[in-house]
Design a protein around this ligand. Structure first.
Ligand SMILES: [Zn+2]
Length: 122
């Protein structure tokens, strides 16, 4: 799942760094640390918003996760039928996900490995 950070907050951190150091002394490692330490954008606002509309903590979590799931980018994939050699000398059928290439013994409407949604009838 994508992790979004607040670009304005990152600029604040960078400006803070340049108040005490020359920008030329900023290493890639330090810059990566700054990005890793950034809080995910607006998640607290989301929690507060759903908390105001829920009667319990559990309901807040459910409403928040539903809202995030609705916004998540839907990745679509296709099953590809394939035969693999079996140890007994024959072969057996598998279904391979077009996105992550994981093979399964059965088809589902989503990939159990990467979560891609599979097209109807494919
Ligand atoms: Zn997959």
């Amino acid at each position: 799942m994508s992790r979004y950070i607040d670009a304005d907050k990152l600029m604040e951190v960078l400006n803070g760094f340049t108040q005490f150091h020359h920008i030329e002394t900023l290493t890639v490692g330090t810059f990566v640390d700054m990005i890793v330490d950034m809080p995910t954008a607006d998640i607290q606002k989301e929690i507060d918003y759903w908390h105001d509309r829920a009667s319990s903590y559990e309901q807040t979590i459910v409403k928040l996760s539903n809202a995030l799931a609705d916004r998540r980018e839907v990745v679509r994939g296709k099953w590809t039928e394939e035969r693999l050699p079996s140890t007994s000398g024959g072969s057996y059928q598998v279904w391979r996900c077009s996105n992550c290439k994981q093979a399964f013994n059965w088809r589902m409407n989503y990939c159990g490995n990467c979560g891609s949604r599979m097209g109807d009838g494919e």
